[in-house]
Design a protein around this ligand. Sequence first.
Ligand code: NAP
Length: 289
Amino acid sequence: MNYEITGHTRLTGLLGHPVSHSISPMMHNASFQRLGLDYVYLCFDVTEKDLKTAVDGLKLLNVRGFNCTMPDKTKICDLVDKLSPAARMIGAVNTVVNDDDILTGHNTDGIGYMQALAETGFSIAGKTMTLLGAGGAATAVCVQAALDGAASIHLFNRQGRSWNHAKELAERITRETSCHVELFDLADESSLKSSLDVSDLLTNATPIGMSPNETYSPIPSKNFLHESLLVSDIIYNPRETLLMRQAKEQGCRAFNGLYMLLYQGAEAFRIWTDQQMPVDFIKNTYFSK
Ligand code: NAP
């Protein structure tokens, strides 16, 4: 299809630092072209101190919307006019839409994870989940799992930087949704084993096992995993982590974070264009290698 920038082309893009490595421009621009939509997606390297100036400028230029990556995901909450319910609970925004000068902040990371999960045929409703980590990605996954009807989430985090945040997150989700979230120390192996014994889903949202630390797993032994547990790693580099290999050795199904990445983008695309991203085309073009 012929693709031209015109006087009507709407701008979308990514703010953050660094941004040049991002797959988002390829994913969105290929989708716009495929569907014949008059939009373009560009990357803007913006540090936290310049975020307000950048957002004011983008609003003035009447852009359709933009994504935010670290370190801007938290600060942007104060710069938008409204927050979606999930973004408010997560306390972070990765997608902003501009409707007639009203900026609304969304968080599509959790939705992206849930769509990747749904693609395996798993429904979170009424299920018990063991979630490792309480950083940005874990928080988004935890909130969305609760909003989508998980019965119970056992949140395991090390007693470090994000421990107080994890405590507050567990209390808030338990108070505001029908899901019960309980916090445990990741170093407490006995609680981890007991949690996994009663869980339907294990999600690793820590960077343990991510390249170049591929010989590490967030669990002490593959024997912690039972056959009917679905195991997921939100890491996508490497494509198969040690945790995923341990899962397969125990007869569990396992998947990586690649489709979370795809579907968080697909949800942003839907918010901006009101159209579904052609995900099969994007998978074949950018996610098959
Ligand atoms: P983050 O905000 O820095 O959070 C990392 C979490 O893991 C924190 O709870 C941290 O605890 C914990 N952690 C880090 N190193 C640990 C270790 N050695 N042992 C135990 N716990 C450890 O990072 P994030 O943005 O949530 O990202 C986490 C992972 O998800 C990364 O691998 C990232 O690439 C991946 N990710 C994937 C997607 C996707 O679309 N698939 C999206 C976002 C992120 P402390 O707070 O105590 O340090």
